[in-house]
Design a protein around this ligand. Structure first.
Ligand code: HEC
Length: 301
């Protein structure tokens, strides 16, 4: 009897605990920690851990092409954290970053566009304030959406959510945040927000498209492997550096643009940039980069 009473008490204690604010991120924290552990195990010594993570890669190739990554914060650099050759090219490229003019343009747009200063009084803060779960609107608001809503609210026409002005303003915000050493800190304030997180996570792990593949197939299990000439980056750290100047675009683009490309490659119709699927996916992705410094804008192939 006593043990049964104790068990019941323990169960109800657990149930009440999850009612307290601050507990809604419990699962998300578990997910994040598990991923960090997995990626550190995978990348800290690819040669030694080859049997578990790279069974089909010849040892010579692992030795020649892979750089060990022991500190998970380095995953902010994506592929360039572990792939020696691409990392070298990247380091040469950023000696003269191709996005510098975009940051200047972004600052000018910030100063000259009606409403932006009111909506985002502190540019460095804006970069880490979003994505956030808006408890009044009952939905995830991304930075791209917040900028667009602000412009429209102040009488402007909506901006292209993939490139151009929005990407430039985001580049300015990110650069300010990087200078100020801001750290990504996505919050999950209530049960609804937790649902949105789980929805984004489900999207990420679901196999879809005509090739029946999930994001995780490439960016979790597949991270570190090579698809033709491209290495695959790990999920942790993937959103730290947006907007990105892609060499293949020859210009700057938003996270929404990048995701659209990856989803299309999966053989699927990408969700609209401000749809629930897209916003919740970004919410999940961003939580997985919690604790990492803002490192945008940056360059990718
Ligand atoms: C068939 C494999 C594949 C699938 C599936 C896939 N991607 Fe990718 N993804 C790539 C490749 C290749 C790149 C470019 C190399 C890299 O950075 O990983 C990339 C790049 C990215 C980047 C940019 C990384 C950076 O450092 O800037 C993000 C973000 C991303 N993918 C997210 C996703 C999401 C979210 C999904 C699911 C909706 C997804 N990807 C599905 C192959 C894939």
């Amino acid at each position: 009897m006593v043990t049964r009473a104790l068990k019941l008490a323990a169960i109800s204690a657990i149930a009440t605990m999850s009612l307290f604010a601050g507990q809604y991120n419990q699962q998300a924290e578990k997910d994040r920690q598990a991923l960090i552990k997995y990626f550190v195990a995978k990348f800290s010594d690819p040669v030694k851990n080859a049997a578990r993570f790279f069974p089909y890669t010849p040892t010579e190739e692992l030795k020649k092409n892979y750089r060990p990554v022991k500190d998970w914060h380095e995953f902010a650099k994506g592929v360039y954290s572990f792939a020696k050759g691409p990392r070298q090219q990247y380091l040469e490229l950023i000696e003269m970053p191709p996005y510098e003019d975009d940051v200047d343009d972004g600052e000018e747009l910030y100063n000259s566009t009606k409403g932006l200063k009111e909506c985002f009084p502190k540019p460095a803060e804006a970069a880490v304030e979003y994505p956030k779960y808006d408890t009044k609107k009952h939905e995830v608001v991304t930075l791209t959406m917040a900028i667009n809503d602000c412009v429209v609210k102040h009488g402007g026409k909506p901006w292209n959510p993939y490139k151009g002005k929005i990407a430039k303003v985001e580049a300015y915000f990110a650069a300010q945040a990087r200078d100020a050493g801001k750290v990504i800190n996505v919050k999950i304030p209530n049960a609804e927000a937790e649902k949105a997180y789980e929805h984004g996570k489900k999207y990420y792990f679901s196999q879809r498209g005509y090739i029946d593949i999930s994001c995780a197939n490439c960016h979790v299990q597949g991270a570190g492997k090579r698809v033709r000439r491209d290495y695959l980056s790990p999920l942790v750290g993937q959103v730290t550096h947006f907007p990105v100047y892609r060499l293949s675009w020859e210009e700057l683009g938003t996270l929404e643009r990048r995701l659209k490309g990856c989803i299309k490659n999966q053989g699927q119709q990408p969700p609209k940039p401000f749809s629930e699927d897209m916003r919740d996916l970004i919410y999940f992705l961003s939580y997985m980069s919690n604790g990492m410094k803002v490192d945008g804008p940056d360059v990718r192939k």
